[in-house]
Design a protein around this ligand. Sequence first.
Ligand code: HEM
Ligand SMILES: *[C@@H]1O[C@H](CO)[C@@H](O)[C@H](O)[C@H]1NC(C)=O
Ligand SMILES: *[C@@H]1O[C@H](CO)[C@@H](O)[C@H](O)[C@H]1NC(C)=O
Length: 361
Amino acid sequence: MAFLAVLLAALTATQVYGAFAPERRATCAGGQRVKNAECCAWFPVLEDIVPNMFGGECGDDAHGALRLTFHDAIGFSRSGGGGGGADGSIIVFNDTELMFNANAGLDDPIDTEAPFITKHKVTPGDFIQFAGAVSLSLCPGAPQVGFFMGRPPPKAPAPAPDGLVPEPFDSVSKILARMSDAGGFSPEEVVALLSSHSVAGADTIDPTIPGTPFDSTPSIMDTQVFIEVQLKGTLFPGPEPGQGEVESAVAGEMRLESDHLIARDSRTSCFWQEMAGNQSRMQQQFAAAFLKMSMIGHNPNSLIDCSDVIPAPPALPANAGPHLPPTLDQKDIQQACPTSAFPTFPVLPGPAETVPAIPQA
Ligand code: HEM
Ligand SMILES: *[C@@H]1O[C@H](CO)[C@@H](O)[C@H](O)[C@H]1NC(C)=O
Ligand SMILES: *[C@@H]1O[C@H](CO)[C@@H](O)[C@H](O)[C@H]1NC(C)=O
């Protein structure tokens, strides 16, 4: 814990003092300068996967790669009996782990990533976390997250056992306990990690409507998910609710029961509210928790900092400020934090919107 804190503090310091040209000790074949020479190996991977795996966009493949980082890493238990954490076991032992209900739909990103892992001869654990970090670099508004390399291949027999990946129908207590046991995450860090649901949707909760987004702006990483999940739910996007789905406030948008309850639980509601509309807070908190997640199952001291390979994401578009969806208003916000009021946001003009599905890769 202490060394991780030191490491995260060091990373923040690097970002803060980045303007003073941090020492870059190696020059890669392509001319890029990096702190650690081993990291040069990742530039060809980066240049391949951005166009050829992600199509250069924050779309379905980027979302799937981001989700995969979580489902691989979280397969670990501090109390014993877990898998190896962020070790690539979800790919290497796909025959086991993809049978788990919580991993439904991950065959898509795994099929997408597997040929690139073979081609570039990197470990699956490193590749999954690298691809997740790179996927975020394509999402306007996302923070520039860190990436460390050096995860060995999963040790056999190393599939994670079933039951370690949170389900959208789990209670808040169960989710918080699991996240603490897996990675020592605080309730605040769990909320921070859920910023990922800003660039996300569901394919399997209601299989009749694949690509149904969790907020109205799934191709940018803004804080709309924190605002929209706090609205009173009125509709289901599909013909029938799936397991772990509750009513959302916007047509075409799906709300997970877990997100809904975490937004309203006394242990998490105030922090959830602080994220709404605070882009820089969301970015900082998410980046720190995401890096911590990428190291589950590993001693950070045995990994090499290759954060300087990850490109900076584009900024949010100028017209993408936090807002309430058209026709809704502040009265539709279900206040949950007992100590301060939910911030107010302008209502987007125009008729009630129907959020289009995320085009499927
Ligand atoms: C902690 C509790 C969490 C629960 C219960 C949960 C649940 C879910 C569910 C049910 C889906 C939809 C899957 C489908 O039907 O296709 C989903 C999608 C997604 N989740 Fe989570 N999630 C959690 C945390 C996270 C975390 C920590 C991350 C990453 C840091 C993450 C990233 C994503 C992404 C990017 C998608 C969209 C995938 C796509 O659009 O293809 N989730 N999540
Ligand atoms: C696991 O991966 C192998 C190799 O890509 C593939 O043939 C197999 O169908 C996969 N299994 C599952 C359950 O997805
Ligand atoms: C946003 O969060 C930062 C901390 O990350 C805080 O200093 C700032 O006051 C917050 N802004 C608002 C408007 O709440």
